[in-house]
Structure formats: C-alpha cells, structure tokens
Design a protein around this ligand. Sequence first.
Ligand SMILES: Cc1cc2nc3c(=O)[nH]c(=O)nc-3n(C[C@H](O)[C@H](O)[C@H](O)COP(=O)(O)O)c2cc1C
Length: 334
Amino acid sequence: MTDLSTTYLGLNLKNPLVAAASPLSKHVDLVKQMEDAGISAVVMYSLFEEQITHESNALDYFLNRGSESFAEALTYFPEMESYNIGPESYLNLISKIKESVNIPVIGSLNGVSTGGWIDYAKKIEHAGADALELNIYYIPTNIKMGSKEIEDAQVELVAEVHKQINIPLTIKLSPYDSALPSFARRLCDAGADGLVLFNRFYQPDIDTETLEVIPSLQLSDSYDLRLPLRWTAILYGKVKADLALTSGVHNEKDVLKAMMAGANIVEITSEFLANGVKRAGEMLVGMENWMNEYEYKSVSQMRGSMSHKSVAEPAAFERANYMKALQSFDNKIG
Ligand SMILES: Cc1cc2nc3c(=O)[nH]c(=O)nc-3n(C[C@H](O)[C@H](O)[C@H](O)COP(=O)(O)O)c2cc1C
C-alpha cells in the first residue's frame, strides 16, 4: 500500500495535491469537483488589500498618499465592483465552501502594507478557514528603496498578520528576493508556518499598435517548475517552515520532483485550468504507479532526498553545476 499522505501547516492531508489560488475556488461546485477528483486541500483566490480598502472608503487615501496623481492611479485598477466579489461575500463564500466539502480550506490575502485591512485575516479565520496564505505581491520600482527596507516592511506585515490569527500562516513569496534563505528565516521568526514558492508574476507585453501595456497572465508549463524546484531544494531543512511548491506542476513526475526537493505539498492552477480538474485523479494514480515501481512506500520517505541538505557547500555545488551545464554545449559545436 502506497502512502501518499503528507502534512502541511499542521494539517493532515491525504496527498500533496492542493488547488492553488485561482478562479476555480470562486464557485462551491467547482471546489466540490476538485475534492471529488482527489485534491487534498484548496487555497481560495485572493482577497486584495485594495478591495478591502476600497470597501471601507479608504482607497482614496491609500492611492493618493503623497501623490498628486490620484485620478491616474485609480485607472490602474480594475473596476472594484466587477473585480471579484466584495470582502463580505468573500467571507461568506469561505463559510459556504467549508460547509460543502471535507477538505481543508486555506484563505488568501494579497497585500503589501500594514493597516486596517489586515483585520480580514481574523475575519477569514472566523469564516472557517483552516489556514491563511498571505501573498505579498510587490514589484520594487522605487530606486531609493533598498532590499533591506523592502524586506523589513514585509517581515513587519507578516508579524502583524500573525498577531491577528490563531490559524497557521503561510507566505507566498516572490522568486526575486535577494538573499532568499536569510529572508525566509526572518519570515519564520515573524510567525510564518509555511512558505509558498513562488508567486507567479504576470509578465506584461507591449501592444505596438495601440502603444498600451497588456497585462497578460500566461499559464505555466513543466519548465516553470525548475525555479521553485531549485529553491525548495535549497530551503529544505534550513527553515522552520513547511514548503509548498507552486508554478509548473503539470504531471505526476513534477509532483514527485517537488517532494524529492523537499516540498510538503504542491499547489496547482494551470494544469487544472487547461485540462480540467480530473487531472488531479490521473496524477495521483500516476504517482502511485511510479512509487510502486520504484519501491517507495510513502511520500515522506522521498521528501528532501534530492535537497541541498546533505550538500556540504551548496553555493559551490550550484556554481559547479552551472559550469557543467555550460560545458555540455561544447560537444554540440564540435
Ligand atoms: C487565472 C489565475 C488566477 C490566479 N489568481 C491568484 C490569486 O488570486 N492569488 C494568488 O495568490 N495566486 C493566484 N494565481 C497564481 C496561482 O495560485 C499559482 O500560484 C500559479 O499559477 C502557479 O501555479 P501553476 O503553474 O500551477 O499555474 C492565479 C493564477 C492564475 C493562472
């Protein structure tokens, strides 16, 4: 009997396949379908700081702080009325989903500043969420703001959110932070029980005809797994946090690699959006077959087996592998 169970944020999960934050959690029926297909937990789509601040009539202040371009700043945001449902409806949806399914439900907040909006962390807990994922989506565009200042602000935000709640807290990180291991350690000290690697940043394009920036979000493919895979392997065993890997998980091999790197769970969106939530069931069967063939009894047996934990000099190891990768092209050019 193959044991696919895992733990994440103190939750006992029947397998490592978790639905990442996405529009799939906007409807109770879809969450039920995902549960039926075999996923072990669901992360709700995010409630944004801007939505909450808007609702409390404080968005004017938030956007206008120290600037004279309020009217322009407002146009950056989608119509708040049409962008997702409002904060209160979001809480109601969590409660409804909790009543309808047996798997854990993880709430998701997306924000950057400390302030009244983080009360919603507590409200999400009271709505019945089993844990909270905080997505700190931030692109540092200010030339005067250094990495320490940015990290300090994020550590403070995590500490403030942590103070609000009694459920576990996990932080969805950017892959672009400098000195990630040290930053990850600081987040854990501030109260993070888990880290989600990584936030998938949308990559804007330029329309050369209309001269407009097009904010498009492309679905991932398995190649996108490489970035979180490396960092999961680096952080495994170094931080006091469970690790969730998200970006580029499309098949059972991707899940197995994530476990070997050291992840407790994987969070999936693109594969379910592209090929349907039934893919969860197929991936679970594929995992079991592979584990049987290679005589793995459990997921926990393979966790971290390919991590950096046993590498004496990880930085030297990374440089050596880079050199090997470059060298592999030498033969190809004769
Ligand atoms: C359409 C769409 C909506 C998403 N919405 C959210 C969101 O509300 N909050 C969030 O933290 N991540 C969101 N994500 C990111 C996903 O949760 C996930 O981390 C990312 O897509 C990488 O996983 P994947 O490679 O399986 O797609 C969204 C992704 C997509 C494609």
